[in-house]
Write a protein that binds this ligand. Structure first.
Ligand SMILES: O=c1nc[nH]c2c1ncn2[C@H]1C[C@H](O)[C@@H](COP(=O)(O)OP(=O)(O)OP(=O)(O)O)O1
Ligand SMILES: [Mg+2]
Length: 186
């Protein structure tokens, strides 16, 4: 594979840092960041990511990567899902726990879907990754909903783990593995 520089469109510095750290070990793929203010779309996560990729590529006018991340409560049939950003902003960690107070089932999964396209008008490729776990009262200090998500088989929330440990098992790392494999075969 020839070495390529790809544009990752996101306004989230923590996403960018994780992706850069995970790509650090991969030869031939360089990432640069553009912060385009993309809309928070509605619908199924795959459709949201496809449209988000299309919109980002129109602004970049070249090879473009985006990702959209969901937090899905099984008791709520997958909600808040792609709407977690607004739920987190309005309700906070405590409020997200309160939503599940009436349910015995606290299980949840985190999901990232990467979208890649060669540019405007080109096909959009999607790469999903999930991590199964459960919602707990907040522990630890890291971004987003990491303090309330405890992956299955772990004693710590994402926020209590080292970045390296999170990056070994996370939704984002699993999704990124699919994208990397695709890019390396191009
Ligand atoms: O690994 C994560 N651990 C904890 N929280 C996370 C993670 N990844 C995203 N998050 C948060 C950020 C936002 O509140 C929501 C996803 O929304 P999402 O639209 O994908 O992200 P965003 O608007 O921050 O950045 P972008 O410019 O890429 O759309 O979940
Ligand atoms: Mg967003």
């Amino acid at each position: 594979m020839v070495s390529k520089t790809l544009t990752f469109v996101t306004g989230n510095k923590n996403k960018l840092a994780e992706v850069k750290a995970m790509l650090g070990k991969v030869e031939g793929i360089e990432i640069e960041n553009h912060d385009v203010d993309l809309p928070e779309l509605q619908g199924e996560p795959e459709d949201i990511c496809r449209e988000k990729t299309r919109l980002a590529a129109e602004s970049i006018k070249g090879p473009t990567i985006v990702e959209d991340t969901s937090l899905c409560f099984n008791a709520l049939h997958g909600l808040p899902g792609p709407y977690i950003k607004d739920f987190l902003k309005k309700l906070g960690h405590e409020g997200l726990n309160t939503i599940l107070a009436g349910f015995e089932d606290k299980s949840a999964y985190s999901q990232t879907i990467f979208g890649y396209t060669d540019g405007p008008g080109h096909e959009v490729h999607l790469f999903p990754g999930r991590c199964q776990g459960r919602i707990v009262p907040p522990r630890g200090n890291y971004f987003g909903w990491d303090p309330i998500f405890q992956p299955d088989g772990k004693e710590q929330t994402f926020a209590e783990m080292s970045h390296e440990e999170k990056n070994t098992i996370s939704h984002r790392s699993r999704a990124l593995a699919g994208l990397i494999q695709f890019l390396q075969q191009m």
